[in-house]
Design a protein around this ligand. Structure first.
Ligand code: PLP
Length: 401
């Protein structure tokens, strides 16, 4: 049996895949259909227009590829760069590590800027590399906006500023997998050239659509980029965009209907309200962690993430036990510590279609598990800190005013 029953709702608090709201589940519950009929292209046209809003772009061109975040990475890289190109990439946690591994396997010349896990991208090092690079050998900067493994959010506006200060033409490629549609993200304003996300994160859909958005400069770069790409070739998509049929191969039709509803929900709440809700969820989680007497893996306030919190546990506790026990005893799913920080942190994902009371349920569960594994937590302490914050700061639900 691949589904292990537990009574009641599973409290799903991994930082993706996240909860799928009922209207989205219902919208996807439909038969296949002919994607060459007028209906699917008509829906695709509006989706391509509307999806730009979550990137905050008017000039970008989106591609809704049947893939995951990893495929979206590959699409971003292979369409804009050639093997041997020098790129600067920041290693700050497991997902940036995996992206760097992909960059190396695709044969780019990767200039890795490493930070301790729990810290953000070292932008001082970036600045010195950009300042020195008067010959413009650096073709792209690759950065994970929100490192899901450590709960670190990087300052993208600052990256843009560095590039602008030195009038450096490097492409700016951003992984927004655990940020776009949850954190403040401004593709046009920050001059991001390729931004990408995956459907199973803040959009609260099943896994299966990688959304990649390319700036005019990135599209221009794709005309000369020599990396081999077939499935991910933007050009194939663009040909079909021109024809008005949109799909070079079979789209995931049910997911497109899900995306339609997911976007409608975001617009009904208002994107800025969605972002503000994530900010409340993040803040409340951090207050709870503090009340438990534990530390956030994120080493400084400037990098704290409003979509995921990685909680450091004392050395006498194995955080893997916390995650196991939460699931076995309380039907609560928390994120494991990954790679270097396995056993040292557990993660609370607070992104997507999620509200304040759901989070309080998770925090209550975490407290009980902490006590189970021998950490002297005062039951209710984190919940009290978070609920006091919510009680003071939660606005009326925008669609119910
Ligand atoms: N980038 C980030 C920041 C992620 O958190 C993840 C997955 O969690 C990925 C990329 C990889 O995405 P996927 O698992 O959809 O391929």
């Amino acid at each position: 049996m691949d589904y292990v029953y537990g009574p009641g709702r599973n409290h799903l608090f991994v930082p993706g895949p996240v909860n799928i709201p009922e209207p989205v589940l219902r919208a996807m519950n439909r038969n296949n259909e002919d994607y060459r009929s007028p209906a699917v292209p008509a829906m695709t046209k509006t989706l391509l227009e509307d999806v730009k809003q979550i990137f905050k772009t008017t000039s970008g061109t989106p591609f809704m590829i049947p893939t995951t975040g990893t495929g979206a990475w590959e699409s971003a890289l292979t369409n804009t760069l050639s093997p041997g190109d020098r790129i600067v990439s920041f290693l700050i946690g497991q997902f940036s590590l995996l992206w760097i591994d992909q960059q190396q396997r695709l044969k780019f010349n990767v200039d890795v800027v490493e930070s301790e896990w729990g810290q953000g991208a070292n932008l001082d090092v970036l600045e010195s590399k950009i300042a020195e690079d008067t010959a413009h050998t650096i073709k792209a900067i690759c950065i994970v906006h929100n490192e899901t493994a450590t709960g670190v959010t990087n300052n993208l506006a600052k990256v843009r500023k560095i590039l602008d200060n030195y009038m450096h033409p490097a492409l700016f490629l951003v992984d927004g997998v655990s940020s776009i549609c949850a954190l403040d993200f401004r593709m046009d304003e920050w001059g991001v050239d390729v931004a990408l996300t995956g459907s199973q994160k803040a959009l609260s859909l099943p896994t299966g659509i990688g959304i990649v958005c390319a700036s005019p400069k990135a599209l221009e770069a794709s005309k000369t980029a020599k990396s081999v790409r077939v499935f991910f070739d933007w050009n194939d998509y663009l040909k079909f965009y021109k024809l008005g049929t949109y799909w070079p191969y079979t789209p995931s039709i049910q997911l497109l209907y899900g995306l339609r509803t997911a976007l409608d929900l975001v617009f009904e709440e208002g994107l800025d309200n969605v972002i503000a809700r994530h900010s409340r969820l993040g803040k409340a989680t951090r207050l709870a962690v503090e009340a438990w007497g534990l530390k956030n893996c994120t080493q400084s306030e400037e990098w704290v993430s409003d979509t995921v919190t990685a909680v450091l546990v004392p050395p006498y506790i194995d955080s893997t036990e916390i995650v196991k026990r939460a699931w076995k005893r309380y039907n609560l799913s928390l994120g494991l510590g990954l790679n270097k920080i396995a056993g040292k942190v557990f993660r609370i994902g607070h992104l997507g279609n999620l509200n304040e009371l759901q989070l309080l349920g998770c925090l209550a569960g975490v407290e009980m598990v902490l006590k189970d594994v021998g950490y002297p937590v005062k039951l209710g302490s984190g919940v009290a800190a978070a609920s006091a914050y919510f009680q003071n700061n939660t606005p009326l639900i925008p669609s119910r005013i």
